[in-house]
Design a protein around this ligand. Sequence first.
Ligand code: NAD
Ligand code: DAU
Length: 372
Amino acid sequence: MTYLVTGGAGFIGANFVKYLLKKHADIQLIVLDDLTYAGNLGTIKDDLKDSRCVFVKGNITDPTVVQAIFDQYPIDFVVNFAAESHVDRSIENPQVFLETNILGTQNLLETAKRNWTTGKDENGYPTYKKGVKYLQVSTDEVYGSLGETGYFTETTPLDPRSPYSASKTGADLIVKAYGETYKMPINITRCSNNYGPYHFPEKLIPLIIKNILEGKSLPVYGDGTNVRDWLYVEDHCKAIDTVLLTGRIGEVYNVGGHNEKKNIDIVKLTISTMKRLFDEQPAYKKALKKSGDDLSWLSENLIIYVKDRLGHDQRYAIDPEKITDELGWYPETKFEDGIVKTIRWYLENQDWVEEVTSGDYQKYYEAMYGNR
Ligand code: NAD
Ligand code: DAU
């Protein structure tokens, strides 16, 4: 099978590339990524040494770039991770979110349709090359925000509330439209918050780890009671692989592991876990930018409550029953293990953090959080 993996130099896309190379011997991966601030070739440098994986730098909105890939490779699957993914940035600058997330998706769909079409059926619908599929990697944020109870199912009405989630919803709708209007073989997966290695430190968990290592304050939006439903990134990758290979054509699958946490609890847990790891394995202290053996400063006193995110969604919670019952997917990594694995990874991979934050990161941080 030949996969076009867009956004494969970003957090989940790169984890997916690693997952596929480990899981399937007989595959060819074409990674298309424009290497925005969030994409980093270093993340997949070892994977690119594998002859089964090649990289193309380019924008998913560019028809020439995408067509050239279809000209060169017999693409069976398109898996679209490429996106502007950060809610806070979408509040500051929505336009690029609409361009990449909606127009980019439509360009991928149109190019795939053109290249996969083999003819027409008796009703005028296109017919397609056998076994091909387009999978859109979407998010639970398209469902909006929950109160204290209830879960998002695949039939929950779409109700996006941020420019980011509105753009992801727009993308989902155009994917569905290609599925209905042209009978194109598509799936959409809607996953909850991921965490794990290679997560860009603008997002909550890696930002908190980075700030602790630098002895900085830990910014919590609003009162910290907002709830996110966390899933270890490899479990998300397994879900996408499962849907790609066995998902019913045209279906949406929610992905989540029933692991709701308040933001403030995530921050407190990160503090206590890092403290414990420094005690158990003093060599980890090398990752600290603040020197000295006295770690009494590493406490909940670092937490500061900052201005809330505009339109901040209160709670997300996924009901994953459909993917579990139909396709047998289940999450393998318990949060208590995953968070320790993730923190250890950051402690052991500070070079990666420095590499990805060497560009405009500092400017972004100061604009977002001031000089704290
Ligand atoms: P990310 O920001 O870490 O990575 C996005 C990647 O896309 C980067 O490598 C970037 O260079 C690339 N990219 C951006 N614009 C591009 C363009 N126009 N053309 C080509 N490449 C482009 O994002 P992520 O967290 O890995 O998310 C991946 C996908 O999963 C996104 O579609 C996101 O909406 C979805 N998702 C994320 C989460 C999460 O918790 N992170 C949860 C559910 C769904
Ligand atoms: O639910 C899936 C979504 O999860 C994905 O679609 C998005 O691409 C991904 O970025 C993520 O969105 P969130 O907005 O939930 O993630 P983020 O890490 O930005 O924030 C998590 C929560 O923590 C959220 O309630 C805001 C809060 N927060 C975030 C930051 C960066 C803080 O309190 N302080 C912070 O500094």
